[in-house]
Design a protein around this ligand. Structure first.
Ligand SMILES: *Cc1c(COP(=O)(O)O)cnc(C)c1O
Length: 210
């Protein structure tokens, strides 16, 4: 079955995001919706739970599975083995565990930074980025390629995203591979694009709320 509304929503995002890359966040959607986008040639999908990422990566091995959610050490093996990129790296012990399972490759990693000023949110503090990058650089099997962040639901997204960009600009001289800015979701990806996002993560605007 072809869902033309789904394809239209996906195309709408694609045609308004410039050169950035789109991760279609499939965490709440059905396999059949994933198959519809795959048939359109879309390959990048995001999952927030490690078991779900593993299951879908095994079911759709030609797609690229991006881990975007919180990760605990005991599930790290699924990400090391099955993720195409890991966007939510913010704990060094978990990172070491992920690296044990990458099976000879270097897994591209984004460091998640808390840019929303909400202490309960995931991510390291901006001040801790240099030390964290130094520690990650010692882990074979991972390659940090950017920073990831989320704006607060009712906060100033523009301020949050410009902070993340500033963090990236501050470290790029020392870490030339840290170029990526993964930021922006359904309600704020347009602002993220304006602030220089290289990747956006959009779920409900493409797949709907259910
Ligand atoms: C669910 C999720 C998204 C997508 O959210 P939408 O508002 O549905 O676009 C993006 N990033 C992360 C980390 C998520 O968990």
């Amino acid at each position: 079955m072809i869902d033309s509304a789904l394809i239209q929503r996906w195309q709408h995002v694609q045609s308004n995001m410039g050169d950035a890359q789109l991760i279609a966040v499939s965490k709440y959607t059905s396999d059949s919706n994933i198959e519809i986008l795959l048939a359109e040639g879309h390959l990048d999908f995001g999952e927030a739970k490690p078991q779900n990422l593993r299951d879908r990566a095994q079911k759709y091995p030609l797609a690229r599975w991006h881990m975007i959610g919180p990760l605990q050490k005991n599930k790290a093996k699924y990400i090391g083995r099955f993720a195409y990129m890991w966007h939510s790296c913010c704990n060094i012990e978990t990172a070491k565990e992920v690296a044990k399972h990458v099976e000879g490759r270097r897994l591209p990693v984004f460091v998640q930074v808390n840019i929303s000023d909400e202490p309960q949110k995931q991510g390291i503090q901006p001040d801790d980025i240099p030390l964290f990058l130094q520690q990650l650089a010692l882990i074979e099997g991972l390659e940090v390629i950017g920073l990831m962040g989320m704006a607060a639901k009712d906060g100033d997204a523009k301020l949050a995203f410009s902070l993340l960009r500033q963090c990236r600009d501050d470290v790029i001289a020392q870490y030339p591979h840290v170029q990526g800015l993964c930021m922006g979701m359904s309600n704020d990806w347009r602002i993220a694009i304006e602030e220089g996002a290289t990747m956006i993560r959009v779920g409900s605007e493409i797949f709907g709320q259910d």
